[in-house]
Design a protein around this ligand. Structure first.
Ligand code: GRF
Length: 207
């Protein structure tokens, strides 16, 4: 059984999707053992507590140097015996130390079809605003491993979502979450826990 540690900053609907998936058996061979938030007020922490999951908080602003924060987060994740780390709306950039300590063991969910609408500055509603501005007809979500290149790591699963007449960034964000993020993130997590993801360079093969 693999220990899954979920990093959050906000509402935690992706965390909720993971909790539900664990309960219903969609996640095989994995257990959410801890939820760590960058924000002590995050509602995601309530979701964890309501489900009897251990919680912790680490704030970037409590460390003067970024490298000290990077070290502290790495040590915290090690102390939790994390086998897999899931970024579920975690709004703080990860540093080199934590990324290399957990190479190919950190999964992020991005609300677009990478390599579209991704990279620095593409987070939250901005992603959907840009997709609507461009007039693409299809967007979606991507579950991928985290590397030092922002949104550039090996892709695990993608799911497309249609854009409809009259969509606003808010409407589109909700549809992408419901139809794509909440489905593919638990699937990617289960594939990892079942050792079914083979990483070859910057690509993956699902076994
Ligand atoms: C999601 O859109 C996710 O793709 C992005 O941040 C948002 C998190 O929402 N990385 P929630 O906290 O899971 O509700």
């Amino acid at each position: 059984m693999k220990n899954i540690v979920v990093l959050v900053s906000g509402g935690g609907t992706n965390l909720q999707a993971l909790i539900n998936a664990e309960k219903s058996g969609i996640i095989k061979n994995g257990k959410i053992t801890c939820v760590i938030s960058s924000n002590p007020e995050a509602y995601a922490l309530e979701r964890a507590k309501n489900n009897g999951i251990d919680t912790d908080v680490i704030r970037r602003r409590d460390y003067k140097e970024f490298s000290d924060y990077d070290k502290a987060l790495t040590a915290l994740l090690r102390s939790k015996n994390a086998d897999l780390i899931v970024l579920a709306g975690f709004m703080t950039i990860l540093g080199k130390e934590v990324i290399s300590a957990f190479e190919n063991r950190i999964i992020n969910i991005h609300p677009a079809l990478i390599p579209s609408f991704c990279g620095e500055g593409f987070y939250g509603l901005k992603v959907h605003e840009k997709a609507l501005e461009k007039g693409v007809k299809v967007t979606g979500a991507t579950a991928h491993f985290v590397t030092e290149e922002c949104d550039g790591g090996p892709i695990i699963i993608q799911k497309a979502v249609d854009i409809k007449n009259g969509d606003t960034p808010e409407i589109l964000q909700k549809r992408v979450m419901e139809e794509a993020e909440w489905k593919i993130l638990p699937r990617a997590v289960s594939l990892f826990c079942e050792d079914k993801i083979k990483v070859i360079g910057n690509k993956t093969e699902i076994l």
